[in-house]
Design a protein around this ligand. Structure first.
Ligand SMILES: [Cu+2]
Length: 360
C-alpha cells in the first residue's frame, strides 16, 4: 500500500512540475522571449552560487561529522602502514586543493559572468600557454602520487626480511584458515585436489612432503608477535577474497591458484591497543574486502598481536595438523613409557586398545 502512495506522490510531483513549466512558457510568450531569457539566466546564476555555498557547507559538515571515525580513526598499527597514512594525507591535500579551486571557480564564474547588458565574452580558439598549464600541472601531480604509491606498494610486496614470521592465510567461503610453517620454517606443499574437510586436510596438504608434518593449522585466531616483521602468504580455496587489515593499513587479494604476499611489522600488541583505544573489547580484525558470496559479511577474522615470548608459548602449544589428520602419529597420544602418572598410563592404554579395536 505504501508503495502505491509513493508512486502516486512521485506522479503528482511530476504533474505539478510539468504544469509550472507549461505555465511559465505561456508567461514567456506574453512577456516576450528576451525578457524571459534574462530572468531565467538570473535565476540560474543565483541557483549556481547557492549550490556552491550549500555544497561547501555540506563538505564541512560531513567532515565534521565523520572526523576521527573513518580515515585516520587511530594511528597505523604497523610500521609500514605509516607510509600509507602519509600517502593518503598527501593525496587528500593535493586533490583537496584541486577540488576547492576548480569547484569554487566553476560556480563563481557561472554566477559572475552571466549575461549582462553591454558585456561580451572574449573568444579564442587556441592557447598554447593554457594547454601547457592544464596538461603539465595535473600530469606532475598524478606522477608524484603514483610514484609515492608504487614505492609503498613495492616496499610491502618485496621479499620480506629474513627474520620474518611467516603465516599463510587462506580464504574460503566463509572464513579464514591460518597455517604456520612449524619448526622447519617451511610451509609444506599443497594440492587443491587433496582438500578435504572430512579427512582433516582443509588446505590440501601433500602428506608425502615431509615439510607438512609440523605445519600448524588454526581457524579461530591468527597470532603474530609485536615488533617482528610478519609475512602473509595469501591464498584462496574457492573464489577471490581479499585480506583487509585496516588497523595495519594493508590489503591484498586472495586469488585461487595464485598466492600473493605482503609483510608488515606490528607496532602494538592487542593489549597495548586496547589501552590506547580505551576499549577493552578491541581486536585487530581481518575483513574480507572482496564481495565473495552470501556469507561475505561474516568473514571477520581476529588477529592477536602478542609479546614475542607470549607468541612463542602460544605457538608451542599448537599441534601440527598432521597429527589431527593421522591421530596414530600423534606422540602425545601414544602411551609414554616413563615420567607419567599411573592414571594417565591407564587412560592411554585404554585409548590404544580402543584404537586397535576400532581398526579391527
Ligand atoms: Cu568476501
Amino acid at each position: 500500500m505504501s508503495g502505491f502512495f509513493v508512486l502516486a506522490t512521485i506522479l503528482l510531483i511530476y504533474l505539478v512540475i510539468f504544469q509550472i513549466a507549461k505555465a511559465s512558457e505561456y508567461v514567456g510568450v506574453l512577456k516576450g522571449e528576451e525578457v524571459m531569457r534574462k530572468q531565467s539566466n538570473r535565476i540560474n546564476g543565483f541557483l549556481l552560487i547557492s549550490f556552491l555555498v550549500l555544497g561547501l557547507v555540506g563538505v564541512w559538515y560531513t567532515n565534521h561529522l565523520y572526523a576521527g571515525k573513518t580515515l585516520f580513526a587511530h594511528e597505523s598499527a604497523s610500521v609500514e602502514g605509516e607510509n600509507f597514512d602519509s600517502m593518503f594525507m598527501w593525496t587528500l591535500v593535493i586533490t583537496g586543493v584541486v577540488f576547492f579551486i576548480t569547484q569554487i571557480l566553476l560556480f563563481w564564474f557561472a554566477f559572475r559572468y552571466q549575461e549582462k547588458e553591454g558585456q561580451k565574452a572574449v573568444h579564442f580558439a587556441h592557447s598554447n600557454k593554457l594547454e601547457l598549464i592544464w596538461t603539465a600541472v595535473p600530469a606532475i601531480a598524478m606522477t608524484v602520487l603514483v610514484v609515492i604509491g608504487l614505492r609503498n606498494w613495492f616496499h610491502v610486496t618485496k621479499e620480506a626480511p629474513a627474520d620474518s614470521v611467516v603465516v599463510e592465510i587462506t580464504g574460503k567461503q566463509f572464513n579464514w584458515i591460518y597455517r604456520y610453517p612449524g619448526k622447519d620454517k617451511v610451509l609444506g606443499k599443497t594440492y587443491f585436489k587433496n582438500i578435504s574437510d572430512k579427512n582433516n586436510n582443509p588446505l590440501g596438504q601433500i602428506w608425502e612432503d615431509k615439510a607438512n608434518n609440523d605445519d600448524i593449522i588454526e581457524s579461530s585466531e591468527m597470532h603474530i608477535p609485536v615488533g617482528i616483521p610478519c609475512k602473509l602468504v595469501i591464498n584462496s580455496r574457492d573464489v577471490v577474497h581479499d585480506v583487509g587489515l585496516n588497523h595495519f593499513r594493508m590489503k591484498m587479494d586472495a586469488v585461487p591458484g595464485i598466492p600473493t604476499s605482503l609483510w608488515f611489522t606490528p607496532k602494538f600488541t592487542t593489549k597495548q591497543m586496547r589501552e590506547k583505544m580505551n576499549d577493552p573489547e578491541f581486536n585487530y580484525e581481518i575483513s574480507c574486502d572482496q564481495m565473495c558470496g552470501p556469507g561475505h559479511f561474516s568473514m571477520r577474522g581476529v588477529i592477536v598481536v602478542d609479546e614475542p615470548t607470549e607468541y612463542k608459548i602460544w605457538l608451542a602449544t599448537r599441534k601440527p595438523n598432521y597429527w589431527t589428520a593421522f591421530p596414530e602419529k600423534d606422540p602425545t597420544k601414544q602411551a609414554p613409557a616413563t615420567a607419567d602418572t599411573t592414571a594417565k598410563k591407564t587412560a592411554d592404554v585404554k585409548v590404544v586398545t580402543e584404537n586397535k579395536t576400532a581398526k579391527k
